[in-house]
Design a protein around this ligand. Structure first.
Ligand code: SF4
Length: 363
């Protein structure tokens, strides 16, 4: 078990109180706002999240409004943040909160972890930041800071290391009998803020600006290039796709993805998980019953998901006649109608190509 020293930690909290960024979700300690910000910040940088957070809170100011959210608007507000299951889980969670918790996020880490989409980190962050409870919230930033502080060579992707550091933090609260809610809330955010602003990744920490510099082993022993250690990522599966931007005058044909799986329930241009040359593309569309008047290649594009990469080539298709598609799965929409649909940013190249997003809706 690693040990944190109270004097050093006090210095960190003082540093945070002087240097913290003025972020919207830090204006109060509203548990709903903390929850939303933590979910948005998973995989996304603070600067990118600010506008999303503001828009989302305007539309859904509280748990009740989120529980009653209509899926289309919800997904549209999330467009560009990716990992859409996060926001779906938030809605499910809000519904559970309305049904079983009087619309409130429980002030209890174990209870929070029973809710959809809330794991150990998010539960720790809500407990400690919003409620000031002596719980740990160890994200990537905190893992990096503490791995360097203690000069830990273990793989920061190893769940055992994360658990050990969580225990180090809760042990610090217990041993020092800390129950000051403001202090706990600030310390939790201080560790994250230090990782975001000072203890930067890729061997470039700003140790001369760090309140930990005289105690930090990685800094003292010049190990910041090698710590944290991260084992190699599993290779992403690459899928070559062909997309068809099918137009009928000023309307576009969109397909609704299945309600489960990748980009569930969102709208897309028609496509297939295979690379088709122009002749093969025409034959594929013919098999679908689509009569093509004109075909033209469009720019290629790509999109990276966590375990998957799409490499997309595309064709513009003009078709005067389309078969009778199932209206629940396929729709023909104009630019105006498209504004109210959730179309993933994976298709941004083609949305931009046709100016299908209004200005100011850059996501
Ligand atoms: S002293 Fe340097 S390496 Fe250590 S925690 Fe601070 S910024 Fe990171």
């Amino acid at each position: 078990m690693y040990r944190l020293d109270q004097k050093t930690i006090n210095r960190l909290v003082d540093w945070y109180r002087e240097n913290r960024r003025d972020l919207l979700w830090r204006k109060d300690r509203d548990p709903y706002g903390i929850w939303l910000s933590e979910i948005m910040l998973q995989q996304t940088r603070v600067e990118a999240v600010i506008d999303y957070y503001e828009r989302f809170r305007k539309q859904y100011p509280d748990v009740r409004s989120l529980a009653e959210a209509d899926d289309e608007t919800l997904l549209r507000l999330w467009e560009g943040l990716g990992y859409y299951s996060r926001v779906r889980n938030m809605k499910k969670c809000a519904q559970t909160l309305m049904e079983e918790y009087d619309g409130l996020l429980p002030a209890d880490k174990e209870e929070l972890m029973k809710l959809p989409g809330i794991g150990s980190y998010t539960a720790g962050a809500i407990s400690a930041i919003a409620y000031g409870l002596p719980e740990a919230a160890v994200d990537g930033n905190v893992l990096r800071v503490l791995s360097r502080y203690f000069a830990i060579y273990g793989d920061i992707k190893d769940p055992k290391l994360k658990k050990e550091l969580e225990e180090t933090i809760t042990d610090f609260y217990q041993k020092n009998k800390i129950n000051d809610h403001d202090y706990i809330s600030d310390l939790t955010q201080a560790l994250m803020e230090l990782g975001a602003l000072v203890c930067l990744p890729n061997g470039k920490p700003l140790c001369d600006k760090c309140p930990f510099s005289s105690e930090c082993r990685a800094c003292q022993e010049e190990l910041t290039e090698t710590i944290p250690f991260r084992s190699g990522n599993k290779e992403r599966k690459i899928i070559d796709r062909t997309l068809f931007v099918i137009r009928q005058k000023d309307r576009f044909l969109l397909h609704k993805r299945p309600s489960e799986g990748l980009l569930a329930g969102m709208y897309e241009f028609l496509g297939t998980d295979q690379k088709l040359d122009q002749e093969e593309a025409l034959s594929y569309l013919k098999d679908m019953g689509i009569e093509v008047n004109h075909i033209d290649p469009l720019p290629s594009s790509g999109h990276i998901f966590t375990h998957l990469e799409w490499r997309m080539q595309a064709y513009e298709i003009l078709a005067d006649r389309l078969p009778e598609f199932d209206q629940n799965e396929y729709i023909l929409v104009d630019k105006e109608q498209m504004q109210s649909l959730a179309v993933p940013s994976a298709f941004r190249t083609y949305l931009d190509h046709y100016g299908l997003r209004k200005r100011g809706k850059k996501r």
